[in-house]
Write a protein that binds this ligand. Structure first.
Ligand code: DX5
Ligand code: ZN
Length: 219
């Protein structure tokens, strides 16, 4: 079984106190940092570009888990890899859910020695991507519509987690199963029960005591 990893989403970080907040993350039990890249086109919000990721990579040794919510992941994946991404996850919908196109980008990311994965919006079925599972280090299940922090957890997405867990076992694979959106002190239990081993948490971590909240998710 994979070790449980918490990946705080810096979308919710208090940017007026960036230095202090990164110092707290570095002292915490988080092993990863989740970095939400939004292009204002794939989702109706704009977040950060590669220079901000570069600044994070100078300030922390945590694994930089990059979630691309962009319409052109083929163009942007190499840019964020150059900026320091350790893991790149992109949306299948951005590549028309075309398994061949998705496989090609996963292989390109891997060829650059970076961990790779795909993710689906809540309305996108996952079983169509079974053939991609041997190619990935992680699959990310969105438990909110991508675009904004602070939304409510969609419990009905947990059936995708259960399917991924079952497939991982039956196919003898070892990818991580990450969940993103609406994770808090209650919902995380359901996510763990369903089979997640990697929890993204944004507003719950940054609106509370960073160190204690991360520790609580590991209980
Ligand atoms: C939503 C992002 C999430 C977001 C989660 O589009 O992918 O990573 O930061 O925020 P919370 O944990 O507040 O739902
Ligand atoms: Zn995210």
């Amino acid at each position: 079984m994979n070790e449980l990893i918490i990946s705080p989403s810096v979308l919710s970080l208090d940017y007026a106190n960036t230095k202090e907040q990164i110092a707290l993350l570095n002292q915490s039990k988080a092993k990863w940092l989740h970095f939400d890249v939004m292009d204002g086109h794939f989702v109706p919000n704009i977040s950060f570009g590669p220079d901000i990721l570069k600044a994070f990579s100078k300030s922390t040794d945590l694994v930089l888990d990059v979630h691309l919510m962009v319409s052109d992941p083929v163009f942007y994946a190499p840019i964020f890899i150059k900026a320091g991404a350790d893991m790149v996850v992109f949306h299948t919908e951005a590549l028309d859910n075309d398994v061949k196109k998705i496989a090609a980008l996963l292989k390109d990311i891997k060829a650059q020695n970076v961990m790779c994965g795909f993710t689906v919006k809540p309305g996108t079925p996952i079983v169509q991507f079974e053939s991609l599972l041997p190619l990935v280090d992680m699959v990310l299940i969105m438990s909110v519509e991508p675009g904004f922090g602070g939304q409510s957890f969609m419990e009905n997405q947990l059936s995708k987690v259960a399917w991924l867990k079952e497939k991982r076992e039956s196919l003898g694979l070892d990818y991580r199963i990450e969940i993103d959106g609406g994770i808090n002190g209650e919902t995380y239990k359901k996510a763990l029960e369903a089979g997640c081993d990697t929890l993204v948490a944004g507003s719950y971590v940054f609106k509370n005591d960073i160190i204690q909240t991360i520790e609580g998710l590991l209980q």
